[in-house]
Write a protein that binds this ligand. Structure first.
Ligand code: IPE
Ligand code: IPE
Ligand code: MG
Length: 253
């Protein structure tokens, strides 16, 4: 889908930073942040929620339209059961503590990921946050929870194949738009920039279709240390990139 960018009208206006229309973040390094301080990994996840609040506030202030955050991957089930349960509990606690403020701030929330493996209270919570914020018109906060790009594509292929089997779609009529409509992210523009914290330089199954032309920015800080300074450094890096989309003319973001 088309690229959406704007020149900052808020705090960065004078510095000429380019603001991505859609920012996606792989919030990595909670466990290492905690371990480096002699704490248990779960304390890193608690601090990570504070960093997420900072990111949402920054995104609103800097005029980002869509913010996607990777909060639990389909591969994170491989972790000890206690850690998985803690992360699920944290999502409940985050909604309980923050939903009213998010609504006040006109944030619309969409959860992307598989519902497989999620218990009934979690499914109800997801439905609730989406319906309570559905009419908001400000920042769209997309939470990738129990999300994996390969499983998303597999589910998309299954639904398209079902259409073909039912005789409603011819194989030769399948286009990139057909695939996009079948993804969890249907209707959301592709991310312009993906930030990953904690120094790891990989995508880890995040938005593998949608991120085909995203600018990747890797920062050394662990997720709980994410703040405005790190955010601005990443935006500065993004602003310096030339996006060519396969062409020869360079387009600044
Ligand atoms: C990111 O931090 C949060 C989740 C994946 C849920 P990690 O928990 O992956 O932290 P590290 O990478 O082990 O330090
Ligand atoms: C990616 O981080 C998933 C999230 C941030 C939610 P991981 O910590 O799971 O990724 P790997 O295992 O290092 O690739
Ligand atoms: Mg990690």
């Amino acid at each position: 889908m088309s690229v959406e960018t704007a020149i900052a009208t808020t705090p960065a206006a004078t510095s000429g930073l380019r603001i991505p229309g859609h920012l996606a973040v792989i919030m990595d390094g909670n466990g290492r942040w905690a371990q480096a301080r002699g704490k248990v990994r779960t304390e890193g996840h608690v601090e990570g929620v504070k960093a997420l609040r900072r990111l949402v506030d920054l995104s609103i202030r800097y005029g980002i339209k869509h913010l996607t955050v990777f909060s639990f991957s389909s591969e994170n089930w491989r972790r000890p059961r206690d850690e998985v349960n803690f992360i699920f509990g944290l999502l409940h606690r985050f909604v309980a503590s923050d939903l009213a403020t998010l609504i006040q701030n006109n944030v619309r929330i969409r959860i992307i990921g598989s519902s497989k493996g999620l218990d009934e209270p979690l499914r109800r919570l997801i439905a609730e946050v989406q319906s309570k914020t559905a009419n908001n018109t400000g920042l769209e906060l997309i939470v990738a929870f129990n999300y994996g790009g390969k499983s998303e594509l597999t589910e998309a292929v299954q639904s398209i194949a079902a259409e073909v089997a039912a005789g409603r779609l011819k194989p030769e009529d399948i286009t990139e738009a057909t695939v996009e409509r079948a993804l969890y992210t249907s209707g959301i523009p592709d991310p312009d920039m993906i930030i990953r914290t904690s120094g790891e330089q990989r995508v880890s199954n995040f938005l593998i279709w949608q991120g085909a032309y995203s600018e990747l920015v890797f920062v050394e800080e662990h997720w709980p240390d994410f703040n405005e300074q790190v955010f601005l450094r990443a935006l500065d890096e993004y602003s310096s990139r030339n996006r060519r989309f396969g062409g020869i003319e360079s387009r600044s973001p």
